[in-house]
Design a protein around this ligand. Sequence first.
Ligand code: SDX
Length: 428
Amino acid sequence: MTDTATIEIDNKKYEFPIVKGTENEVAIDISKLRASTGGVITLDSGYKNTGSCESAITFLDGEKGVLRYRGYSIEELAEKADFLEVAYLLIFGELPTKEQNDKFHDDIKAESAVDEDIKKILDAFPKAAHPMGVISSLTSALTAFNPSSVNVDSEEDMYKSVVRILGKMPVLVAWTMRKKQGQPLDYGDNSLGYVENLLKMMFSRPNSCYVQNPVLVDALDKLLILHADHEQNCSTSTVRITGSSHAGLFASLSAGISALWGPLHGGANQAVLEMLEAIQEDGGDTKKYMAKAKDKSDPFRLMGFGHRVYKNFDPRAKIIKKAADQVLHDLGVEDPILEIAKGLEKEALEDQYFVDRKLYPNVDFYSGIIYRAMGIPIEMFTVMFAIGRLPGWIAQWREMRLRKEPIGRPRQLYIGETSRDFIPINKR
Ligand code: SDX
């Protein structure tokens, strides 16, 4: 392959360097395009063909269904690591030694208290508030309680901010759920592991002793790992561009949470369950919903299917589907919704419309079935996605700042009115 790409405009040729990544991906560096052509830019709605950055955190191959965090396969990490090990790996680039891992756990526990005044903000929300809106607000509010901005060039300062947000987010998540349920807040127990403590804060009751269920702990730990990063998806790109203005870490994470909320992105896990429940109420008529999904006049989409990058099975969906079977079996839960999901998947994988468009189940298709089996309310599903994605967002924010990337400011192609004179109101 040549090391430059040539673009010809008005019979004039312009050459641009071709750059290659460590996985042999190829990109044309057009950073000099506008200057060298006197103003020509590229146009790529949704950035389907445009790389926003170089990154060393996550590699995925959408055609082959490959996903790796810092070079380690998602299959191995989901099987052999725990969530905080993966968080450390994503953020600092290497799996932690035992000493680093133990210190990371201890430092996160030391940060697992939140200012009591956070409760005043929480109390100001109506019970009907969607938890994603609450969590986004509380995350932004953390800036007020931790005003010192992160000095990314200081390893110590960055580490402190990492353990602070990883320590406090589970509390905010659990309190948000309990507030909505009218339950008293639970302050957790630092003698427990990270996921055990999250589950206790979410599900303990003041009038009974909370008993850990290792099946749920293992399933949630795996789900958090599978959601931990996914290169330049919508919410991660939001975190990066927000941080590129040198907005603080908590403010950037709050923006990412809001972007994840959308039903085309992380909000899909809630939308999948709502869709499956609608199909169940409709007598399990999956064919009707398949037809709706293919009907261009119908805005309905088969939620949990399709992906901007994966044109093969989402490797996370395979692992989550297996985990869903295991969790329901271990819990002795017969959930007809899982059978409807499997039936829908089978039909879609045999349907020409879906095959032609390479629409496969994505990470959101089966995750909600596990959350539901765990007793997590449907409106909390995307919050669970957010707590899983937290290390990825932090890692990507840190990488962007350490690489001293410029403020993100895309160009546009103007298609509005050309210059015209003002018309006085009495003449309009
Ligand atoms: C996540 O980017 C990431 O990495 C995200 C994520 C992460 O970890 O961060 O993986 C998490 O967000 C997973 C995706 C969750 N969203 C959903 O499940 C919502 C349903 N899926 C779609 O809305 C859609 O597939 C997207 C948004 C995921 C991707 O959309 P694209 O890449 O913009 O594709 P498109 O909308 O241009 O669709 C291409 C074609 C169109 O048909 P034609 O115009 O070619 O005839 O496929 C059709 C679409 O109509 N299509 C679907 C469909 N998804 C795409 N038709 C029916 N049902 C669907 N789900």
